[in-house]
Write a protein that binds this ligand. Structure first.
Ligand code: NAD
Length: 427
């Protein structure tokens, strides 16, 4: 089938490349011309394992990119909206980009004679597809739903494992108002070994939020337990390892530490809180999930101050800037509030991340960036481990170049040992 993908960020580029791999013809659309040029040249605009190989294989053949909505809509049967849905200043969902993309799609649909299905893949709060996207497309196209199809198909991929997750999903959810547009969207995934859950758009929207909110809740729960365990001198990892053996709980997302970040969990939990309040329900548990998460980074700095006293003029190494391992994405990374607080305390920061130095340098221009852990640790009076990169697990002799070998571990990467003063965040 012929697909257009609107927005070529993490979700859009990965979806486009994977749909091409599944045999579909794909046209990517973005307002950022540098991304268009990169995709047409077979170069991924973001880092994701396996993406470069897929773009190299399909760019210029089954995959192309343009900024021209008319061209993309005319030459495709289905359009996926994959643009960002950030938080506004109150934490509620900001649908501005989705509305702009819907208007452009509607304009492009005006002159199209053939049936076309618009699919919302961006994460949007329940009712958005029906009450926001659909009316905008109707208004701009001059058509009524039925003349075109509308569906909601949330994305569950994990950054860092995005290609694998797209090609090996544990669930595919398609919400539609009518049988035929949902059927068209479901058929796009027929090359994958996964059942498609068919539902209505608002249920599909809710499934995505519940998925992320539940995972975020597991993390904040584990952090709260970790904070209590630490005060009691109990190893929370030993506790959770046993608790996770209960099949009703499972072993995943029980790791205490510096908290969750990324482009999804924080904003999605906040967006669900905002939607609940809009309809007159105060979601106390979800609010606590965010509150616990926001405390964890500060606790890293508090532990550091307990050990070093004033941080003024002291060199602190921050290892890990990406919000998690295997990605260069720093959105809502827990290292951002930590670095801010260290700077507020007049510390000097030397940072290292295997992939995310460049992205973090756009936020913090005046800190030192190094191309190795040893470089960042050189002369440091303490080190904070913020991201669970594999290479941090084997750090050893690198610590010998520190001025003072104090390591505060926010990700349970190291075991306590004699050659460093080791402090775990919640253990
Ligand atoms: P992103 O910010 O990386 O990419 C969005 C892209 O849309 C950018 O390239 C931007 O230039 C483009 N864009 C902006 N306005 C546009 C317009 N009017 N027309 C065309 N393109 C436009 O976002 P992302 O991380 O890919 O997330 C997209 C959506 O998918 C969000 O709703 C997010 O919550 C959801 N999601 C993200 C992930 C993830 O891991 N990143 C996973 C699942 C779902």
């Amino acid at each position: 089938m012929r697909i257009s993908v609107i927005g070529t960020g993490y979700v859009g580029t990965v979806s486009a490349a994977c749909f091409a791999e599944l045999g579909h013809s794909v046209i990517c659309v973005d307002i950022d011309s540098s991304k268009i040029d990169q995709i047409n040249a077979g170069i991924p605009p973001i880092y994701e394992d396996g993406l470069s190989e897929l773009l190299e294989k399909h760019a210029g053949k089954r995959l192309s990119a343009t900024s021209d909505y008319d061209f993309a809509v005319t030459n495709s049967d289905v359009s996926f909206i994959c643009v960002g849905t950030p938080s506004d200043s109150d934490g509620n969902i900001d649908l501005g980009i989705v509305k702009a993309a819907s208007a452009s799609l509607g304009d492009a649909l005006k002159n199209k004679k053939d049936y076309h299905v618009v699919v919302v893949k961006s994460t949007v709060v329940p009712e958005t597809t029906e009450k926001v996207v659909l009316p905008i497309i109707e208004e701009h196209s001059g058509k009524k739903v039925g003349d075109f199809g509308i569906a909601m198909n949330p994305e569950f991929l994990r950054e860092g494992k995005a290609i694998y997750d797209f090609m090996n999903p544990d669930k595919i959810v398609v919400g539609s108002l009518d049988e035929s547009s949902g059927g068209i969207v479901a058929s796009l995934y027929s090359g994958l070994d996964c059942a498609v859950t068919r539902t209505n758009p608002r249920t599909a929207e809710m499934i995505k939020y519940v998925n992320n909110s539940f995972l975020a809740t597991k993390i904040s729960f584990s952090n709260e337990i970790g904070n209590i365990c630490k005060k009691l001198g109990i190893d929370t990892y030993e506790v959770m390892s046993a608790v996770g053996n209960d099949f009703r709980i499972g072993p995943h997302f029980l790791n205490a530490g510096a908290g969750f970040g990324g482009s999804c969990f924080p904003k999605d939990v906040k967006a669900l809180i905002g939607k609940a309040r809009e309809i007159g329900y105060e979601p106390e548990l979800l609010s606590s999930v965010i509150a616990v998460n926001e405390k964890q980074p500060s606790m890293m700095v508090a532990l550091l101050k307990n050990k070093l006293g004033s941080l003024k003029g002291k060199k602190i190494a921050v290892l890990g800037l990406a919000f998690k391992n295997d990605t260069d994405d720093i959105r809502e990374s827990r290292s951002v509030p930590v670095i801010k607080e260290l700077l507020d305390n007049n510390a000097e920061i030397s940072a290292y991340d295997p992939m995310a130095n460049e992205n973090m340098a756009r936020i913090f221009k005046n800190i030192e960036y190094h191309d190795s852990a040893a470089g960042a640790l050189h002369g440091a009076e303490a080190c904070l481990i913020m991201t669970e990169w594999d290479e941090f697990k084997t750090l050893g002799k690198e610590f010998t170049v520190m001025k003072n070998r104090l390591v505060i571990d926010g990700r349970h990467m190291l075991a306590s040992r004699d050659d460093i003063e080791y402090v775990g965040l919640c253990w």
